[in-house]
Design a protein around this ligand. Structure first.
Ligand code: MN
Length: 208
């Protein structure tokens, strides 16, 4: 995730003639306030990608069950390659035979604060140490979250901190399914045809 190759792994895994995903050419400036995004991704296995802006890229984890607002839940979070900042706005359909083939929506987005900054620990050090503590200001998720690396090769855990934004009954993954960018559900995005190279086409909605 945080090797020194930057976005090389991201680029190497994708054929940008085939996928609608943004190229990792890094032409987007770092945000004034660092951002986070959580993308629902209906790939070969359905999961949520949690991405946090650190040092000009989006540090990323795949969370099979998605985030919880209940501090009692420990959600497995598997590190994946850094993504470009432009990826924060991406929703669409990745072709079936491409890397990560499947539908993506922006399930939540917002800004964050590094809670360890008070102890003099920056985000780069937090990632290197395997312990990230952030306060999220999203549309769905708010409050403190911990991402902590387990020993060995077992991955990380994503856990809601027990603060005033914790809520054991909310379960937003189930009850708040739409995109915060477009309002569309992942099923709606999946059902849309990819853009046609011939504008005009057959006009009205056809049968399918
Ligand atoms: Mn994914």
């Amino acid at each position: 995730m945080t090797d020194d190759t930057g976005l090389q792994t991201y680029d190497d895994r994708r054929d940008f003639r085939r996928t609608p995903e943004p190229e990792g050419d890094g032409d987007r400036d770092p945000s004034e306030r660092p951002i986070f995004v959580i993308q629902e991704h209906d790939a070969s296995s359905h999961h949520y990608d949690v991405r946090i802006e650190v040092d000009g890229v989006l540090a990323s984890w795949a969370v099979p069950k998605g985030p919880s607002t209940d501090p009692a839940d420990k959600r497995l979070a598997l590190p994946t390659e850094d993504h470009p900042l432009d990826y924060a706005d991406f929703e669409g359909v990745i072709p079936e035979d491409e890397y990560g083939g499947g539908t993506v929506i922006v399930w939540d987005a917002g800004t964050y604060r590094n809670l360890r900054a008070a102890d003099g620990v920056d985000m780069e050090s937090s990632l290197a140490e395997g312990k990230v503590e952030v306060w999220l200001e999203g549309k769905k998720l708010r409050g403190g979250y911990v991402l902590v690396e387990m020993g060995g090769r077992d991955g990380w855990l994503l856990i809601k901190m027990d603060d005033e934004e914790a809520d054991a009954r909310r379960n937003p993954v189930s009850t708040e399914p739409g995109s915060v960018l477009s309002g569309r559900t992942i099923e709606e995005v999946a059902g849309e045809e990819p853009p046609s190279p011939e504008p005009g086409g057959d006009g009205e909605e056809g049968t399918r």
